[in-house]
Design a protein around this ligand. Structure first.
Ligand code: UDP
Length: 551
């Protein structure tokens, strides 16, 4: 395919003149390198030096202007993985005058998004670190549209999932290695550098053991919107074999045969008795069971099947990221090899349990050592331990639980996670039955609206002193403005009363819009009163301005 960057679309001399006159201009968001995305006019790249170049002129702009703090440690993260020292972005600086002595620049007319893919060989990383962040970075900046050009600077080859990256825009993404084909100096007319981290939910354990990110900012809604967009690009219609006989959508849904998908791995971390597992699932749920694997089906084919499934069963592993294509209400069943604690490795559990993702999550763990098949003689990256000292080897062999550890080369972890497993069917069925008992109905989760109450309005208080020891405090308010447009199952109000100067308060939950408090209310005392509205027990509104009420 052609990698021509049509130079016809831009007047070369106009572009060159603009670069010479204005130099590079950069304006960024974010206070820290970890939350920064920068937009550039005329950011250049020198393929010989493998460096980006910022050309200074009298009218160039560099915001933030960090001086040498730009190197402490970097201007920004090029990947969505936070503060990873192999993923930093910076540029070299030159005066525009230096252009006279440099090769003639080639201009890239497309609006470009420049980023690092973190681990394009691994499907989970492809989605979590690259595709979803790039998708939402492109939503954030409207000129990063379907015509945008993506440039991957991590330096890897296309990798096995490049077709997925191609879905992000209509233009072929460029790899770092290909940039030299365009000449020694290329200048991006308009570019964005960096990725939004807003959608990531997992940290891989570089500084503390892996786990969900400390403050997650994404909900199932955004993940599902992404999934839907990607499925559209892959020409997949949700679900399988919908019968069309003139019935309405609900009928179709009922008639659609329910089925379970077992996602199998063919190379490592095998389920050695997969056939028995499939039989047990079919028997237990009276459903058809189909298997998929990355080795045997095309990715769109797999998504087609998963998007209509009632349950996805798989060994822990990157293929479980495809659970983001499951329909609401489906179950994710994740299997763990011997000595691996499901609570410590939760990228897929975290995904399934994001608010609004509406998936049911169950994990099963092999607790029988006789049912595990170890591979001590494999290379270390597939969990081999032959290279270790005898003492260390024996310690690992004797251990029944991998202790918490950092990423990424802990030999005990690799040894255990690459075991094959003979799944004990009775214990698996038991865990599944137990876990599915609490299965939330989709109806229930669907009606759980995500609209929050506004502030209560016209909050006021009246006080009355009755005796030297008794007083009353009446607080009243009006409903939040948005309530009159909503159907809400349950509306309640929360009132906090704090005596001025005290550091505790009394909380009350009330169904009505006024209340007279007399217990614990003293005469000639000032109370601070906060009121807020609550929808359906857990959707909290903001507090109205505090009321000062003097008895
Ligand atoms: N993979 C696969 N079949 C296998 C083993 C791995 O399709 O038998 C895929 C896996 O889904 C992932 C990549 O190969 O996309 C790397 O697998 P690895 O075991 O290294 O990573 P993990 O699955 O533990 O994240």
């Amino acid at each position: 395919q052609s990698q021509e960057l049509s130079q016809a679309h831009i007047d070369y001399h106009v572009a060159l003149q603009a670069l010479q006159e204005h130099g590079t201009r950069m304006v960024c968001t974010g206070k820290m390198h970890t939350d920064r995305i920068c937009r550039f006019d005329y950011l250049c790249y020198c393929s010989e030096a493998e460096e980006f170049v910022f050309f200074h002129s009298n009218s160039s702009v560099m915001l933030p202007n960090l001086g040498s703090r730009r190197f402490q440690p970097a201007l920004l993260d090029l990947s969505s993985v936070e503060d990873h020292n192999t993923q930093y972005f910076n540029f070299l600086e030159l005066p525009v005058a230096a252009l006279k002595f440099m090769p003639k620049p080639v201009f890239v007319p497309d609006v470009t998004l420049i980023l690092n893919r973190f681990n394009p060989d691994n499907l989970m990383h492809v989605f979590h670190d690259d595709l979803i962040p790039a998708f939402y970075t492109m939503k954030q900046y409207s000129d990063l549209d379907d015509e945008a050009r993506l440039v991957f600077m991590e330096g890897w080859a296309e990798g096995p999932h490049f077709d997925l990256y191609r879905l992000l825009s209509s233009k072929q993404p460029l790899l770092k290695e290909q940039l030299r084909n365009f000449g020694k100096l290329m200048c991006f007319t308009k570019s964005y550098v960096g990725l939004s981290k807003m959608t990531t939910w997992y940290q891989y354990g570089f500084v503390q053991p892996q786990g969900p990110k400390a403050n997650m900012l994404v909900s199932g809604n955004e993940i599902r919107q992404f999934a839907r967009a990607l499925m559209e690009k892959m020409n997949i219609t949700r679900g399988e074999e919908v019968e069309k006989d003139g019935g309405n959508a609900e009928d179709d849904k009922e008639k659609r045969a329910e089925y379970i998908v077992v996602f199998s791995r063919s190379a490592t971390r095998l389920i050695v008795n997969e056939a028995a597992l499939i039989m047990a699932l079919a028997q237990e749920f009276q459903m058809r069971v189909v298997t998929v694997s990355l080795e045997e089906q095309s990715f769109p084919g797999i998504v087609q099947v998963i998007s209509g499934a009632s349950m996805l069963v798989s060994m822990h592993g990157a293929q479980l990221i495809t659970s983001l294509f499951l329909p609401r209400g489906a179950a994710v069943v994740e299997l763990f090899p011997f000595a691996v604690n499901p609570e410590q490795y939760t990228p897929y559990k975290t995904l399934a349990t994001l608010p609004g993702m509406d998936l049911h999550y169950v994990s099963w763990r092999n607790t029988k050592e006789e049912n595990t098949i170890t591979h001590p003689d494999r290379p270390w990256e597939q969990g081999g331990i032959a290279h270790l000292e005898k003492e260390e080897r024996e310690r690992i062999l004797a251990s029944k639980d991998v202790p918490r550890h950092l990423c990424c080369r802990n030999p005990e972890w690799l040894y255990r996670i690459y075991q094959d497993t003979l799944v004990d069917i009775p214990s698996f069925v038991e865990v599944l039955k137990e876990g599915m008992k609490t299965k939330p109905s989709v109806k229930k989760s669907k009606s759980a609206s995500t609209v929050h109450p506004g502030r209560v309005r016209e909050a006021q208080c009246q006080t009355l002193v009755q005796t030297p020891n008794e007083a009353k405090l009446t607080v009243s308010w009006q409903i939040p403005w948005n309530l009159k447009y909503l159907k809400v199952r349950e509306v309640k109000y929360e009132v906090w009363i704090q005596e001025q100067g005290e550091n505790t308060y009394m909380p009350y939950i009330l169904p009505q819009q006024n209340y007279t408090f007399s217990e614990n209310i003293k005469p000639f005392t000032t109370y601070l009163v906060w009121v807020r509205c609550i929808f359906n027990k857990n959707l909290l509104g903001p507090f109205a301005d505090v009321l000062m009420c003097r008895t």
